[in-house]
Design a protein. Structure first.
Length: 584
């Protein structure tokens, strides 16, 4: 039997044979193929000619397939050629020997107005800018997600049939081909005119498979079979993708412009059976295995981009704050791509949940290009002061800024007996009666951002009332002008605030209880505002308002810098694995 197998092996290696590879009922010739490039443009076509060693044309040619199919070409493709292809998002590409050339399509931007579904004059109040460190981090996260999505992956079975003269038909089967491990030691991300390009280099992957060999002939009493397992090492693999980035339906959308893989070496070690006899079989199938792996990885990479687009489309564009307002985080501009940063403009406005007709009152344009100093920051979130102004107006119109002070912690002071030196006639007219103080803000607070922080100016009135026989009697009205300052901080993915009182001015509007010593009332009001009203307001400000950060990302090592009319959140980002709505 062994002599028969040796004779069969010699016949296959030395004889003339016609070979056909069958993969899931698709037959391809046994010429050397190499996956080069994936195009998503159906009209893109090209051809290439392979030359023999003597310079004569072999007549074989490849083509760029339509509808995102893998480009096949029988010509050898070097890693340098592949890298050059992916790093040029537009313009012609020609191989080093001039044999392969084609024009990659220039990207034609879509109709922005139709995609937004709203006025193209929308002004962003928030700019998010990813610096190079942030882009590198996002790239690493996405590569990790891609690896986790493709490992393990089942590849199609390979069937090879060979008819050997004087011997008969030989059938070989490679099955259960599974990618069980992959790692990316080196990767880069680069920004171009149309979007970005990500390339992974020196990728190492491992596969396992089952092999089976069948030979039968009419003069044999029974078929000759053998089988075993194999372990495959994929070395020197490179994978890359270039995508355009656009505004689409209020979020970010990515279109794959180019995608490809290149595998340098495939090492196969057979185990079991008379595996030492059949190493030739695997060697003859090595190039097909190389192409199959390249094509499968290309499909997985593009699928990951589709999944990411779906994830971004499902991310809420309006975020609930409380029962008064929501925040509109719709993307309203086309992304701005620079050599070392990517900026996205977001509407960033408060929307009233109570008054449907009440919209933003300010449209202060926030210029793009506002970034934190230094290269250590991953992301900069620039916020216009118009967000604060609109938020203050919405809470003012919802009567959120009106308070009735009639209980602890100052309840002991709310008695006419305690006020007999402040307003003597009030005590004389209503002795030992409960006092109620009604604070009503007269206009929306004026909030501005300066180099020193947050400035707030509020005008209000305080109505002094007396509870007499279950009836509230208004006794006096004092107008108040308050000025304060604040600081912003970051808590998780929320921006928080804290206010302090700077100045307080009083003016008597009317009184039914005679003259009032405003200086004495001012001392009392300062204590009331500092110890009661501001702490109450700061409790809400401490909870803060959400920033436009996708749920799977968390801000960390954050700092706040101030400018005239804007503030900058300078932060690193961290991917939260397993967070609801994560990228995978």
């Amino acid at each position: 039997m062994t002599l028969l197998l040796v004779f069969l092996l010699l016949g296959l290696l030395c004889g003339t044979s016609t070979e056909v590879f069958s993969v899931d009922r698709v037959e391809v010739s046994s010429e050397r193929f190499r996956g080069l490039f994936v195009s998503t443009e159906p009209e893109l076509t090209a051809s290439a000619t392979q030359y023999d060693n003597d310079g004569e044309s072999s007549g074989r040619s490849g083509s760029l397939r339509k509808e995102g199919k893998l480009i096949r070409n029988s010509q050898q493709v070097s890693p340098d050629m592949f890298i050059s292809l992916l790093r040029l998002p537009h313009g012609p590409f020609t191989s080093s020997d001039g044999d392969l050339s084609f024009q990659t399509p220039n990207f034609a931007p879509r109709d922005v107005k139709s995609l937004r579904g709203k006025d193209t004059d929308d002004v962003p109040a928030i700019w998010i800018t990813l610096a190079q460190r942030g882009l590198d981090y996002v790239k690493d996260v996405l590569l990790t997600e891609v690896l986790e999505s493709v490992v393990p992956i089942q590849l199609p079975d390979i069937t090879k049939k060979s008819r050997v003269p004087f011997v008969g038909e030989v059938t070989a089967l490679l099955s259960n081909i599974t990618l069980v491990h992959a790692e990316v030691p080196l990767s880069t991300i680069a920004l171009g005119e149309l979007g970005l390009c990500v390339q992974a280099s020196d990728v190492v992957a491992n596969l396992t498979l089952r092999w089976q060999y069948d030979y039968h002939n009419i003069w044999l009493p029974a078929p000759v079979t053998d089988s075993g397992g194999a372990y495959v090492n994929v070395l020197g693999m490179q994978a890359g993708i270039s995508v355009s980035i656009q505004q689409h339906m209020g979020t970010i959308w990515m279109d794959v412009l180019q995608s490809g893989t290149y595998i340098d070496t495939v090492q196969v070690q057979l185990n079991g059976g008379s595996s030492w006899l059949y190493q030739w079989l695997v060697d003859s199938l090595e190039e097909w295995m190389r192409t199959t792996i390249e094509e499968q990885l290309n499909e997985q990479i593009q699928q990951c981009i589709q999944n990411l687009n779906s994830f971004l489309l499902q991310t809420p564009q309006q975020v609930h704050v409380d029962d008064v307002s929501e925040l509109n985080f719709t993307v309203v501009t086309e992304p701005i791509v620079n050599p070392t940063s990517l900026s996205i403009g977001i509407k960033g406005e408060f929307i009233s949940t109570r008054l449907s007709k009440f919209g933003p009152q300010h449209s202060l344009e926030l210029p793009s290009g506002l970034v934190c100093d230094g290269d250590a920051t991953m992301v900069t979130i620039a916020l216009s002061e118009s967000i604060l102004k609109d938020g203050a107006a919405i809470y003012y119109n919802a009567d959120f800024l009106n308070w009735l002070v009639d209980q602890s912690p100052v309840q002991a002071l709310l008695n006419t007996t305690k006020w007999k030196f402040l307003i003597p006639q009030l005590y004389q007219k209503y002795p030992n009666k409960e006092i109620k103080l009604q604070f009503e803000v007269s206009n929306p607070p004026n909030v501005s951002l300066t180099l020193d922080g947050i400035d707030v100016y509020v005008t209000a009135k305080m109505i002094i009332g007396v509870a007499d026989n279950n009836t509230n009697i208004e006794a006096a009205c004092i107008s108040i002008a308050l000025s304060g300052s604040g600081i912003a901080d970051i808590n998780g993915n929320n921006i928080t605030g804290h206010l302090v009182l700077n100045n307080l001015c009083l003016d008597l509007e009317w009184s039914s209880v005679g003259a009032i010593h405003l200086k004495l009332v001012e001392v009392f009001l300062r204590t009331l505002v500092k110890d009661f009203l501001l702490p109450f307001l700061n409790v809400s400000l401490k909870r803060g308002f959400p920033l436009p950060v996708i749920p799977s990302m968390k801000l960390k090592n954050s700092a706040v810098n101030y400018g005239n009319g804007f503030l900058l959140v300078c932060s690193d980002i961290e991917y939260v694995k397993g967070y609801p709505g994560n990228l995978n």
